[in-house]
Ligand binder design. Structure first.
Ligand code: GRF
Length: 286
């Protein structure tokens, strides 16, 4: 059992594609003790990601995986053997490359996995406890997910219910299961919602369908623009991501399996109510 007074700090590899303001929030909180974790590396698919500069300026090791290199026509060899046997179903569930079929789809997926093979080899050098997606704009294939979460805690209906089976965490800018996909703030706003939200969750093979770790909500006022709500939501994202990692570090997540076999995590932190109140205050005052 974890000693709740002084558990080890989590070792995190953070994956970014862009500006990395969530990464910055984690770096700040890790440095001043609010986040019980150490960022051991930052990895990107984009050599120009500003998140990489943020990491470098804090002496955090960085790496870039050039996905484009694997998209080129003349590859020496595509390792078909790394494609899972039931990939048709997985592709359908995960909505990878809609519109593509057959050989074209197989080839696209195989190229993606080649890039992921390099990504895995880079990440594994740092031996992290968790991978944190923070604005990483690439889909992850079952090949990648299964490398970190075995064949169990990754399927759309996972069979392995141990917390330790879940290693990949994402932050999503909407109140899941509403508005999965790449445009959380825009979709929330355009739907005419009166409240929006942000979600930190474990990653499974579905599209933003993995078990929820934490959520926070913000009001949407009649005068708001998408930019207003993005700003309000991001302020919550910064607090929530670190808090969720702290719950993991301190053993404050308890696994639960519903009658319908859905895995959920219960938060056992005695300070949870205070945290939620703080989040509501933050969002109403922003
Ligand atoms: C955030 O809104 C996050 O929820 C989403 O991508 C955005 C990344 O922003 N997954 P940043 O790069 O952390 O500034």
């Amino acid at each position: 059992m974890l000693d709740k007074k002084s558990p080890p700090r989590l070792k995190l590899v953070v994956l970014v594609s862009g500006s990395g303001t969530n990464l910055q929030a984690m770096i700040d909180r890790s440095r001043d003790g609010r986040l019980h974790a150490e960022i051991v590396a930052v990895v990107s698919d984009n050599p120009d990601a500003y998140g990489l500069d943020r990491a470098r300026s804090h002496n955090i090791p960085t790496a870039v995986i050039d996905y484009k290199k694997y998209g080129k026509k003349q590859l020496p060899e595509i390792p078909w053997e790394i494609l899972p046997g039931n990939f048709d179903r997985i592709v359908e569930v995960q909505r990878l490359f809609p519109g593509l079929r057959g050989e074209e789809l197989r080839e696209k997926l195989a190229r993606m996995m080649l890039a992921e093979r390099e990504l895995i080899s880079v990440i594994d050098k740092f031996n992290p406890d968790y991978l944190c997606l923070a604005g990483f704009m690439r889909l992850l294939s079952p090949y990648f997910i299964r490398h970190y979460q075995g064949g169990a805690a990754c399927a759309v209906q996972p069979k392995n219910i141990a917390l330790s089976a879940w290693k990949i965490i994402n932050i999503h800018p909407a109140l899941l299961p509403a508005f999965p996909g790449v445009n959380g703030y825009g979709d929330t706003f355009n739907y005419g919602c009166r409240f929006g939200g942000v979600t930190v969750h474990f990653v499974d093979e579905g599209e933003d369908t993995g078990p929820i770790i934490g959520q926070a909500i913000y009001p949407i006022w009649p005068r708001d623009t998408i930019e207003d709500i993005r700003k309000r939501g991001l302020a919550l994202e910064y607090e929530l991501y670190s808090q969720c990692l702290n719950w993991i570090a301190h053993g404050y997540l308890q696994v639960n399996i519903s009658e319908k076999q859905r895995i959920t995590f219960k938060i056992t932190d005695p300070g949870y109510e205070n945290f939620l109140k703080k989040m509501l205050e933050l969002s109403f005052n922003n």
